[in-house]
Design a protein around this ligand. Structure first.
Ligand code: K1U
Ligand code: ZN
Length: 177
């Protein structure tokens, strides 16, 4: 994994993060096979537990996830993932985002989801997820629709978090001069 070139992660307010990503088609096979390992390497380096293709500038419905980035790698690559069922029960969990680094907030979402996707070789997959995996899947699939976790916060908390992020970014870019 060390020799795989990393990809720059786009930060809020990049407009690509707000676009709806297009489905991966059969003709994208080579692109997706080259992109997935680079996305995984970028996610591990960040470090993060998930990454969606729009975060690295590709408006494609492709997601990578590994909930145990520090232990034995157990990477998931999800092509065209979709939520096909969501529980009425809701759960609150703290979320972060590699496109708004350093900012965390409690987000309420369905506690359990059923997700369908294809593997890189085209195999159809389906699973039910709860806990952190359910949160991460929903966070990543949101990215494919141009939705950020901050959109799921109340306006007060959202504005405070975005303001703090932009202020910290401004300070960082001044320090780099
Ligand atoms: O999509 C992203 O921006 C990645 C994001 C995924 C996510 C985190 C928490 C809840 C839902 C979705 C991250 O990975 S932020 C970094 C992070 O949470 C983390 C980093 C290292 C170890 C453990 C967690
Ligand atoms: Zn994110």
């Amino acid at each position: 994994m060390n020799d795989v070139p990393l990809l720059p992660i786009l930060l809020h307010p990049d407009p690509i993060l707000r676009a709806k990503a297009r489905p991966v088609a059969e003709g994208d096979a080579d692109l997706v096979r080259a992109l997935a390992p680079r996305m995984l390497a970028t996610m591990y380096k960040a470090p993060g537990i998930g990454l969606a293709a729009p975060q690295v500038g590709e408006k494609l419905r492709l997601v990578v996830i590994d909930l145990q980035p520090d232990d034995t790698p157990s990477p998931m690559v999800l092509v065209n993932p979709e939520i096909v069922a969501a529980s009425e029960e809701r759960a609150v969990r703290e979320e972060g985002c590699l496109s708004i680094p350093g900012q965390y907030a409690d987000v309420e979402r369905p506690a359990r989801v059923k997700v369908r996707w294809r593997e890189l070789d085209g195999t159809r997959r389906e699973m039910e997820a709860d806990d952190l995996l359910a949160t991460c899947l929903q966070h990543e699939i949101d990215h494919l629709d141009g939705v950020m976790f901050t959109d799921r916060l109340g306006p007060l908390k959202r504005n405070m978090l975005i303001k703090k992020f932009l202020k910290e970014q401004k300070l960082k870019s001044r320090e780099a001069m």
